[in-house]
Design a protein around this ligand. Structure first.
Ligand code: NAD
Length: 427
């Protein structure tokens, strides 16, 4: 039987490759390869029908040498400790690559919000905070939304934290609703950030965005805003794929003359699932979920889940593709990276491409701690500056040292975090 995918093994493998390049000593490797702290706990919940259920929750802090931990909370039925470990490690590298003074962490609850009422989800959020309130907070570790969690979940969590700590601490969590401590621009930030990096890559290649086409996997928060900005730059999206809850499989929605984002949004649920029948009526071709990757486009943007571009699927990528920008975390396996390198496709790695979310979360935290909020243009302008300069730093190192972009981004991040651990006298 094939060995099942393990995100943490993949994150460690990526780390080890770069530890070699940087010639890191054994102790540094040992420290950075593993989380500093892990919390695993049970969350007992009263369900609406009067029964009780116990959910498993996690918070894992990979490293906080550069500042308080930062990282989302995922609600997912297939959540595993190793996925959370990997995601926490990627958060450390992500904060370092965009040079924000934060460390990396991640949390999660094994649950499926599709099968939970709003009230049950609220109880899970409050239960999660009750278990971990001593170990999170504006100066320790700051959660945020991730897959299947949103602004409402964050507000319930903040409320519970403020009840426990008997004070107002809006900087304890990010991704809150605007007007309740949230930052303008946060909803757009990750998707826009992906496109800021794509724009810079195209500029370096001397290609106009308006001369390009793209295919997306996923049609959730990241993909939707990435598509909006990419369209504004003149780019055309040929297809998007998404998960179909009823059929328990994914589909690709294709229109050769370009998908119409506003029309598609009207028939999309809050989980980023598109209504097949209505899409058909609108003239979309409905194809297999995997077919998004096989299109003759210039840019591929995986923006759904990890482990999507594997050795097998990478071999199906068209020779026309010039750029892969990873909106999702960990969508490409190390084996697929080798195929992508051999094909000469320019990779904008996840922890650089999708760092707009955490960068804006950092802006939200700063605003919340000051209790003073910026205008949207100011937030998005600052985001563009951060993302563009991070992109340029990575692409410069990649060119100077002849490195694959993922390795170049890792070299910058791991070097910064290792140095912070050394400067603090940990190593
Ligand atoms: P989301 O829940 O809003 O959307 C996920 C989308 O992926 C949905 O359209 C869903 O239908 C689709 N999907 C799920 N499984 C699929 C499959 N097998 N094939 C095709 N489509 C599938 O999530 P999101 O916030 O857009 O996050 C997407 C990815 O980006 C995740 O990897 C997440 O960790 C990463 N990310 C998100 C943010 C953020 O700010 N939202 C920041 C950084 C990274």
């Amino acid at each position: 039987m094939a060995k099942s995918f393990n995100a943490f093994e993949m994150a460690k493998k990526q780390f080890s490759n770069v530890a070699e390049i940087l010639n890191l000593d054994e102790a540094t490797r040992d420290l950075l390869k593993n989380p500093l702290r892990e919390y695993h706990f049970s969350i007992p919940i009263k369900m609406d029908d009067g029964t009780s259920k116990v959910f498993r929750g996690f918070r894992i802090l990979h490293n906080d040498a550069r500042g308080p931990g930062k990282g989302g909370i995922r609600f997912h039925p297939q959540e595993t400790v190793d996925t959370v470990r990997a995601l926490s490690m990627w958060m450390t590298w992500k904060c370092a690559v965009v040079d924000i003074p934060l460390g990396g962490s991640k949390g999660g609850v094994i649950c499926d919000p599709h099968n939970l009422t709003e009230r049950e989800q609220e109880r899970i959020c409050r239960g999660w905070v009750r278990q971990i309130s001593r170990n999170i907070g504006p100066l320790q570790d700051v959660p945020a939304p991730d897959v299947m969690t949103n602004a409402q979940h964050m507000l319930w969590m903040l409320d519970e934290y403020e009840i426990i700590s008997a004070g107002k601490h809006p900087g304890m969590i990010t991704g809150k609703p605007v007007g309740m401590g949230g930052s303008l621009g946060r909803t757009e930030a990750t998707g826009y950030g992906v496109i800021f990096t794509v724009r810079e890559a195209l500029r370096e290649m001397n290609i106009k965005p308006s001369d390009t086409t793209a295919a997306f996997q996923g049609f959730g928060n990241v993909a939707q805003y990435a598509i909006k900005l990419y369209n504004q730059l003149g780019g055309k999206v040929i297809c998007v794929s998404c998960w179909d809850q009823q059929d328990n499989k994914s589909y690709t929605f294709k229109k050769n003359d370009g998908i119409k984002i506003d029309d598609l949004l009207k028939i999309t649920d809050r989980f980023g699932g598109i209504n097949k029948e209505k899409a058909k009526e609108m003239g979309y071709e409905i194809l297999s979920g995997e077919s998004w990757i096989e299109n003759d486009v210039d840019i591929l943007i995986p923006a759904a889940l990890e482990n999507q571009i594997t050795k097998d699927t990478a071999n199906k990528i068209s020779s026309k593709v010039k750029i892969i920008a990873e909106g999702a975390n960990g969508p490409t396996t190390p084996e697929a990276d080798e195929v992508i390198k051999a094909k000469g496709i320019f990779m904008i790695p996840d922890f650089l491409a999708n760092a707009g979310g955490v960068t804006c979360s950092y802006f939200e935290q700063v605003q919340s701690n000051m209790n003073y909020y910026w205008e949207k243009d100011e937030v998005l302008g600052k985001l563009d500056v951060k993302m563009t300069s991070a992109y340029l730093d990575v692409s410069k190192i990649a060119r100077e040292k002849g490195l694959y972009m993922r390795d170049a981004a890792y070299v910058i991040s791991i070097d910064k975090v290792a140095q912070a651990c050394k400067d603090r006298g940990w190593l």
